[in-house]
Design a protein around this ligand. Structure first.
Ligand SMILES: C[S@@+](CC[C@H](N)C(=O)[O-])C[C@H]1O[C@@H](n2cnc3c(N)ncnc32)[C@H](O)[C@@H]1O
Length: 351
């Protein structure tokens, strides 16, 4: 480097700023995006089984023709330090890549995909969407990825399910928006006499849940159906209804009506257990809130007090809310169907 170049560098204010952005901001975004794509494409899972050449990784990722393009992307992964390559065979290198590749961490890998594929676009696109009126739709999500990523809170939902579920009596469960079906599996394990109807709005999600039920040996006890709860025609037969992580898929002004509809499917004295991230949580939850504010369906994450009031408006009594994760705004809400066997609701009878 000659003296003139050195002098230009020393005088530049932009180059040091760019270099510091590169280290502090840009490289982490590149790494996150690369790992999210490695997870979503099946490359991480393939490499968890051992090193593979570009042909093996192309087969895992469903790449048929443009292997040179896949190789270029893999080589950026090497440059970022996520992968290494020896004699044309790629392997996992970073601790993060190795951890995400473990099957037990699939929900975390899916959460990273959710951040890269849905959270970053809404952060990038919000001002333009606010300007031109464009909105996100359900098709801008990937239901299968969301069904996997929401499993990060599975232990906390499981604890809430365990608190409301009778262990011995025969029980009919309705799960609304079942995702992977993991919470129904947990309920079925707790009560061997439980049978369930699990519904989900999205075809591919319902199909995934049905496949899971079969793999878990629950096909006889759990019916999985693609259905919109707002149109579900069923007798008021359910002892327990559960809605986990989906109240924000409904606009605020529709929520009491949806909850009333769920109540109408409950047997007298039946209960609703609803779990949801509420406003004021960690920044990831605030970006989720942003995503749903920009959606042409759904709405913001609920304020805990508003959601409890909506349950009461929908005819639930004894509504109680509880925090499920210390320091976080992830909460469980439980209420009881006030309708009695006579069909007259408790408040009418009293008055
Ligand atoms: C974030 S996912 C949560 C999945 C699962 N409950 C869990 O906690 O792992 C929300 C799910 O609710 C479903 N959903 C949204 N609106 C629905 C509706 N109107 N009827 C039935 N399911 C719905 C979505 O299709 C999606 O799979």
């Amino acid at each position: 480097m000659n003296v003139a170049t050195l002098a230009r560098l020393a005088a530049s204010r932009q180059i040091p700023l760019l270099l510091s952005l590169g280290r502090g901001l840009v490289t982490p975004v590149y790494r996150a995006s690369f790992l999210a794509a490695a997870s979503g494409s099946g490359v991480l899972r393939r490499l968890a089984a051992g090193p593979g050449d570009v042909d093996a990784l192309a087969a895992a990722a469903g790449v048929h023709d443009d292997r040179h393009l896949l190789r270029a992307w893999l080589d950026v992964g090497v440059r970022l330090g996520e992968l290494a390559v020896d004699d044309g065979r790629y392997r996992l290198r970073s601790r993060t890549a190795k951890a995400l590749a473990r099957p037990g961490n699939d929900a975390v890998a899916a959460a990273l995909e959710e951040v890269a594929r849905f959270h970053l676009p809404v952060l990038l696109g919000a001002p333009a969407m606010a300007a031109d009126g464009r909105r996100l739709s359900l098709g801008d999500q990937d239901g299968a990825v969301i069904a996997r990523s929401t499993r990060v809170v599975e232990p906390f939902v499981a604890e809430a399910v365990g608190r409301v579920l009778s262990r011995t009596a025969p029980l009919r469960l309705l799960e609304v928006g079942c995702g992977s079906g993991a919470h129904v599996r947990h309920a079925a394990r707790l009560n061997p006499r439980l049978t369930a109807l699990a519904i989900d709005l999205q075809d591919e999600v319902a199909a995934g849940a049905a496949a899971n039920m079969a793999a878990w040996g629950l096909r006889e006890r759990v019916e999985v159906r693609r259905a919109d709860v707002r149109e579900l025609e069923e007798q008021p037969q359910f002892d327990l209804a559960t809605m986990h992580n989906n109240i924000y898929y409904f606009p605020v002004e529709e929520r009491a009506k949806v909850l009333e509809r769920v109540r109408s499917l409950l047997a007298p004295g039946g209960r609703l257990l609803l779990t949801a991230p509420c406003r004021g949580g960690n920044v990831g939850m605030e970006v989720l809130d942003l995503w749903f504010r920009y959606a042409d369906f759904g709405g913001p994450l609920p304020h805990a007090a508003d959601l409890a009031a909506q349950m009461e408006d929908a005819g639930f009594t004894g509504v109680r809310a509880r925090r499920l994760i210390p320091g976080e705004q992830f909460r469980a809400f439980v209420g009881t169907n006030r309708a009695t066997a006579s069909g007259i609701d408790v408040e009418e009878r009293i008055s």
